[in-house]
Structures are given as structure tokens and as C-alpha cells.
Ligand binder design. Structure first.
Ligand SMILES: NC(=O)c1ccc[n+]([C@@H]2O[C@H](COP(=O)([O-])OP(=O)(O)OC[C@H]3O[C@@H](n4cnc5c(N)ncnc54)[C@H](OP(=O)(O)O)[C@@H]3O)[C@@H](O)[C@H]2O)c1
Length: 162
């Protein structure tokens, strides 16, 4: 399974239920990587999507502890264990964990790769991705050339479990 996230210099990912910044090239790359694949997300991230609609062209899995929670066009799972059971029907390299913080932390032990958009800026934030630079057992295996979006500098990084 693959984690995919955009993080800032402090590995922050969100503030007040929203992304820190939307970079069009990064959004396009996210779409290209995840189209036709399975995406796993927490209820809060799902509810932050435009129109609270599942993302088109992907198998959407949404986690919620609420047994009555339903989403048209998505599979709702109620625990990590239930999600892992559902995911047995899919190839592991077709499964992208797309956030937010609680879901990244829960699924990290089951993932062997992370696609990280690393934005060299420090935002005010309330949610974070585990810092893979400090986490034992993970290493950066690739990094793109520096990209720019107005005055922001960012790179696409790949991390793998050692
Ligand atoms: N930068 C990025 O790449 C990126 C990507 C995604 C999200 N984000 C940001 O991350 C923030 C949201 O992160 P978050 O941690 O607050 O919320 P989240 O992980 O998106 O959703 C949390 C909710 O998911 C459900 N959940 C989580 N673990 C579960 C489990 N094991 N079993 C059943 N349900 C489970 C619960 O829903 P119930 O409360 O319904 O039980 C929980 O309240 C937002 O600001 C968002 O914009 C950033």
C-alpha cells in the first residue's frame, strides 16, 4: 500500500479541516497516480472533498466509526481491521492511503512506499504526517528536481520502507 500526501517543512498537512495549499501540478499528479486505483481516507478528509463526493474514477473507501454513516458511490469501513479485510480483494500496489492524519498514522505500518510532495514552507497547521526523515525504517529513495508555484518551492519525494 502506498501513502500519498503533500507536507510542508514541518510535515504539516492540514489546518481547520482543509489542505494547507493547493498546487495545480500536484493535484494533477495526484489524479494521474490514483485514477483507476483504490483510495482510502478518513471521514473528515472525505467531507473536505469538493461537493463531499467520492473522487471520480477510483474505488473510494471512507473510514468512520459511525455504523449509520453511508456514502453513495463509496465503501464505508468502520475499523482498521474491516478495511484491511476489504483491501484483500485488491492488489496492494493499487491501494493509495490519501489521509488525513489519523488514517496515515493507522495505515503506516501496512504501507511500504510513500509519495510525498514536500513543500519548503512552514504553514500554521493542526494536522501532520509522520516525519519520515525521523522515523526508523524509512528512507528517501528518490527526489525530483525543484518545482515552483509562484514563490513556493517543492519537490516530489519517494520514501520506501527499508
Ligand atoms: N496534505 C495532504 O496531503 C492531506 C491529505 C488528506 C487530508 N489532509 C488534511 O488532513 C486533515 C484531516 O485529518 P484528520 O486526522 O483530522 O481526519 P481524517 O483522518 O481525514 O478523518 C478522521 C475520521 O476518520 C474516521 N476514522 C479514522 N480512523 C478510523 C478507524 N480506525 N476506524 C473507523 N473510523 C476511523 C473517524 O471518523 P468518525 O468521526 O466518523 O468516526 C475519524 O474522526 C484535514 O485538514 C485535511 O485537509 C491533508
Amino acid at each position: 500500500m502506498i501513502l500519498i500526501a503533500a507536507v510542508d517543512r514541518n510535515w504539516a498537512i492540514g489546518s481547520k479541516g482543509q489542505l494547507l495549499v493547493s498546487i495545480p501540478h500536484d493535484q494533477k499528479a495526484f489524479r494521474e497516480k490514483t485514477l483507476g486505483q483504490v483510495i482510502v481516507m478518513g471521514r473528515k478528509t472525505f467531507e473536505s472533498l469538493p461537493g463531499k463526493q467520492p473522487l471520480y474514477g477510483r474505488t473510494n473507501i471512507v473510514l468512520s466509526t459511525d455504523p449509520a454513516y453511508q456514502v453513495k458511490g463509496a465503501i464505508v469501513c468502520h475499523s482498521l481491521e474491516e478495511t484491511l479485510e476489504v483491501l484483500k480483494d485488491y492488489r496492494s500496489d493499487a491501494v493509495y492511503v490519501i489521509g488525513g492524519e489519523s488514517v496515515y498514522r493507522k495505515f503506516l505500518p501496512y504501507c511500504d512506499r510513500a509519495e510525498i510532495t514536500y513543500i519548503d514552507f512552514a504553514y500554521s497547521a493542526d494536522t501532520h504526517f509522520p516525519n519520515l526523515e525521523e522515523l526508523e525504517g524509512w528512507e528517501m529513495t528518490a527526489e525530483s528536481e525543484e518545482q515552483t508555484y509562484f514563490d513556493l518551492c517543492y519537490t516530489y519525494r519517494e520514501y520506501r520502507k527499508k
